[in-house]
Design a protein around this ligand. Structure first.
Ligand SMILES: Nc1ncnc2c1ncn2[C@@H]1O[C@H](COP(=O)(O)OP(=O)(O)OP(=O)(O)O)[C@@H](O)[C@H]1O
Length: 567
């Protein structure tokens, strides 16, 4: 860019026969040609370097963003609309990848070019400064004014885009569409979609109109420049200098408008970068590091102890476990029951360290509306208590080590796109024979054998080509193959018929003979054969005893649960 004005200057010089009389015509043309080739070679170099640097920074940016989001605690996902997260990946990242770097180079180049034009013309024609400098100041003023408005409009546009993505996402995911149709709320949903879309369109349209406004004023400034150059040229310049000044002012005014638009555009790309950078480096993260090392064989027994566990999901919410104390011995089969919202699943949440009990691991909080970090109230009572597996406080271990040692069969069975073999054995360690054996145990062998490709048959997105019960069974099979010392099941058989449920419970006792198994169930028959039963009530452990003892006590909460289910 800096050679370009030199080349224009040189052209102006050699058009006058009196300048550089010692150089022949061919030398003058040769130098002009050399400057042209230099511009071409440097542009080629710039393009190559841009391609390399863009690919590298795109990879780094994306990986850092992904790592950071993947390591966010569950509280972040509870308080951040999915649309906002998707917006970072689908809106901001492409802006940075495709445009930021090249736009940055363009803007730098244009500024250098613009200032170069002024310097070169002014060397020969100092009068040009008299008009060039005030015009530069006017352009700067326009830029500052326009940039401020457009920055805020783009911010508003980005805020308004998240609800559109969230609305779309919750409409098509899960049973969203089915529920909307079954309640006949299609029109209301469409209206809401139009409203969030309108909210997004307003700042976008204003931004577009702002561009026209800036173009108009830039054109006015250009006209001032032309008029000024003509007037100064008329009185103070000879013909060759005036021609250079006119050429420069034409470039100058073209560049001025482009420069304003590009600088504003660069700012908006920088806003995308700021948002991605915030997500990549400042989001709350799950606790890293560990104070204690445990051997690979840990946990060997599978003892699970809750020691006065008291926690809330986030600051400002009520406690969901209010000082829960119990000890489970390795190999025990524990049933957990209690009314809806009593805190059964919350026991597992803490066991997986999805919520931290140790206040020093408590993650920072995100404001639901703005998406920025907020400070928690220092006077609020923090989470407390300890969970021990085989006597080791799990908050002192590497979080991934803790999660690897406990297998879960969740309430919402999760299958991934891929083959049945992949879904059963995510680590890829089990033999086909062992997978078929497990399929037999969970009564899925005939179904899988009936598929044309057997274990290589594809599972659709979210396991859509299997019923909810079959999905639960496959997840159950996955847990058997995983062979962890502690296995937890959260309503894992709620969707299978009573007979299959009974068979699964038998399989649990046979296959998980040495493992500690914690089964949460609403269907009390599911847990009747447990070693002991835990009854949760409003965040407290109200009873913990053998099923026989609990049934024998007519005043037990367990008996009243049985009675309420019978009625
Ligand atoms: N992610 C969360 N954020 C905030 N509060 C939560 C969250 N998950 C659960 N809760 C609250 O914690 C309390 C206990 O919920 P929990 O899911 O442990 O109950 P549960 O006994 O498993 O109920 P269910 O039988 O319906 O599954 C409830 O009041 C619930 O509103």
């Amino acid at each position: 860019e800096s050679i370009n004005p030199v080349s224009t200057w040189w052209m102006g010089k050699i058009s006058s026969t009196t300048s550089f009389p010692s150089l022949t015509f061919w030398w003058k043309i040769g130098i002009y040609g050399f400057l042209g080739v230099a511009v071409f070679v440097l542009m080629l170099l710039r393009a190559l370097m841009t391609a390399k640097a863009t690919a590298r920074s795109a990879r780094i940016n994306h990986n850092q963003l992904l790592d950071s989001v993947m390591n966010c605690p569950s509280s972040f996902f509870d308080t951040t609309p999915m649309g906002r997260i998707l917006n970072r990946f689908t809106g901001d990242i492409p802006q940075i990848d495709q445009f930021l770097f090249s736009r940055f180079l363009q803007v730098i180049g244009m500024w250098v070019g613009l200032i170069g034009q002024i310097v070169i013309v002014s060397v020969d024609t100092p009068w040009f400064l008299a008009i060039g400098l005030p015009i530069l100041v006017l352009y700067m003023g326009l830029l500052i004014l326009y940039a401020r408005v457009s920055r805020n409009l783009q911010r508003l546009e980005s805020i308004a885009r998240s609800p559109v993505l969230s609305h779309f996402n919750e409409t098509i995911s899960g049973a969203g569409l089915t529920t909307i149709r079954s309640f006949g709320r299609e029109e209301a949903w469409k209206e809401k979609f139009h409203k969030v879309n309108d909210d997004l369109s307003v700042p976008f349209m204003l931004f577009r109109e702002g561009q026209k406004w800036a173009s108009l004023y830039a054109a006015v400034i250009s006209s001032l420049l032309f008029t000024g150059v003509m007037l100064i040229g008329w009185f103070f310049m000879d013909a060759s200098k005036l021609s250079v000044a006119i050429m420069s002012s034409m470039t100058f005014s073209m560049m001025g408008l482009q420069l304003i638009n590009m600088t504003v555009d660069l700012e908006s790309k920088m806003t995308s970068f700021e948002r991605v950078d915030f997500y990549a480096s400042k989001l709350p993260q799950e606790a890293k590091g560990h104070e204690l090392e445990v051997p690979d064989s840990w946990p060997e027994r599978g003892d699970v102890t809750f020691d006065r566990v008291k926690y809330k999901y986030r600051p400002g919410l009520p406690f969901v476990l209010k000082g829960v104390d119990f000890e489970i011995h390795g190999g025990e089969k524990i049933g957990v029951c209690g009314r809806t919202g009593a805190g059964k699943s919350s026991l597992l949440f803490a066991l997986f360290r999805l919520v931290e009990l140790d206040p020093k691991h408590a993650p920072k909080m995100i404001d639901m509306k703005t998406g920025f970090l907020v400070d928690s109230d220092p006077n609020e009572e923090p989470n407390s208590g300890r969970i021990l597996i085989d006597g080791v406080d799990i908050s002192k271990l590497d979080i991934h080590r803790v999660r690897r040692s406990v297998a879960i069969i969740p309430q919402d069975p999760t299958l991934f796109t891929g083959t049945i073999r992949y879904n059963m054995d995510l680590a890829g360690h089990a033999s086909d024979d062992r997978i078929w054996e497990v399929l037999e145990m969970i009564e899925m062998r005939d179904i899988v054998a009936g598929l044309p490709l057997g274990l290589d048959s594809q599972v659709a997105e979210g396991g859509g080509n299997f019923s909810a019960g079959q999905r639960q069974l496959l997840c159950f099979g996955r847990a058997i193959l995983n062979n962890c010392r502690v296995v937890v099941m959260d309503e894992a058989t709620a969707n299978v018929d009573v007979e299959t449920d009974a068979k699964i419970q038998r399989t649990i006792r046979e296959q998980f003979r040495e493992q500690t198994v914690i089964v949460i169930a609403h269907r009390l028959n599911t847990i009747m054969d447990s070693t002991r039963i835990m009854v949760m009530d409003q965040g407290y452990l109200s009873e913990f005893d053998t099923p026989e003892n609990l049934k024998a006590n007519p005043d037990s909460a367990f008996n009243s649960l049985i009675q309420s289910l019978n009625h």
